[in-house]
Design a protein around this ligand. Structure first.
Ligand SMILES: Cc1cc2nc3c(=O)[nH]c(=O)nc-3n(C[C@H](O)[C@H](O)[C@H](O)COP(=O)(O)O)c2cc1C
Length: 255
């Protein structure tokens, strides 16, 4: 299973924005697509689909010129954006572990023809290919991230949360806050004003899924298992200026 490969990638991955334009070989592409069928979803009731597209199939303001794009489509159900982040981040980490460059593309869209190639709405894509810049960071100090104390209240699961702290997010906004209570970690997303919400709300949901993916990968690595669920929290339990998204129950002892 690919899960084991993902943990080390958390500590060295970075967005790669410059690519060699030569295509990856057929075997590598075939294996990548096979791996999309082995991912774990946050909510298996949501139907999803991955499609691999060549350059020229993606348009958009900030589109990055890469030889390939991995497109993600999903049913439009509650939680589908968090689920998208959770699934696609497994691919981002896998690509990094293979030395293949990748970058999330929040604003790019496939061309109309490709858009219609799935029966489901398009959500987001990753640019990918052979990197023409370093594909990895050398040390943790190269990550521009908030301090752990700014995003986490708790202590027992600090080492898991270090992996979450390094998660990528749209415009590096790191909109998350996590509160540990006994063996549960509650995840919250920062509230936005009306104008910012228009721009960021969608992206921030995807970001939350990415952070939960890092939490899940780190827990598995440490021999634990996670059950994700939605809790009913009281107003007092929700930090000011944040909205509640998801909870993770940590089960010691593994799968
Ligand atoms: C949902 C999402 C959307 C993103 N969209 C873009 C984008 O459109 N263009 C881009 O250059 N980078 C994009 N990024 C990459 C982020 O800017 C990047 O992950 C963040 O700055 C942290 O840097 P790192 O990935 O190198 O650790 C996106 C990241 C995420 C998670």
């Amino acid at each position: 299973m690919i899960k084991e490969k993902l943990y080390p990638a958390i500590f060295k991955r970075k967005s790669v924005r410059r690519f060699q334009q030569e295509k990856l070989d057929e075997e590598t592409l075939r294996e990548l697509m096979e791996n999309t069928t082995k991912l774990t979803s946050l909510d298996s009731n949501i139907k999803t689909e991955f499609k691999l597209m060549d350059s020229g199939s993606v348009k958009g303001l900030l589109s990055i010129k890469a030889p390939h794009y991995l497109l993600f489509f999903s049913e439009d159900k509650e939680g589908h954006l968090i689920n998208a982040g959770f699934l696609m981040q497994q691919m981002d980490l896998l690509l990094s572990s293979l030395g293949i460059g990748a970058c999330w593309l929040g604003l790019a869209k496939p061309t109309d023809k490709k858009l219609k190639s799935s029966g489901m709405p398009f959500v987001i894509s990753l640019a990918l290919g052979k990197p023409s810049e370093p594909a990895h960071r050398e040390s943790r100090s190269e990550f521009k991230r908030k301090k752990l104390s700014e995003i986490f209240q708790g202590e027992k699961y600090a080492s898991l949360m270090e992996a979450v702290r390094l998660a990528p997010s749209g415009t590096n906004s790191q909109p998350w806050y996590f509160v540990e209570k006994d063996n549960v970690i509650h995840a919250f997303c920062s509230k936005k004003g009306k104008i910012k919400a228009l721009l960021y709300e969608r992206m921030n949901q995807i970001d939350m899924g990415i952070a939960l993916c890092h939490l899940w990968v780190a827990a598995i690595h440490d021999g634990m298992q996670i059950d994700f669920f939605r809790a009913s929290l009281t107003e007092e339990e929700i930090p000011k200026n944040y909205t509640y998204t998801y909870s993770a129950k940590i089960l010691e002892g593994g799968e």
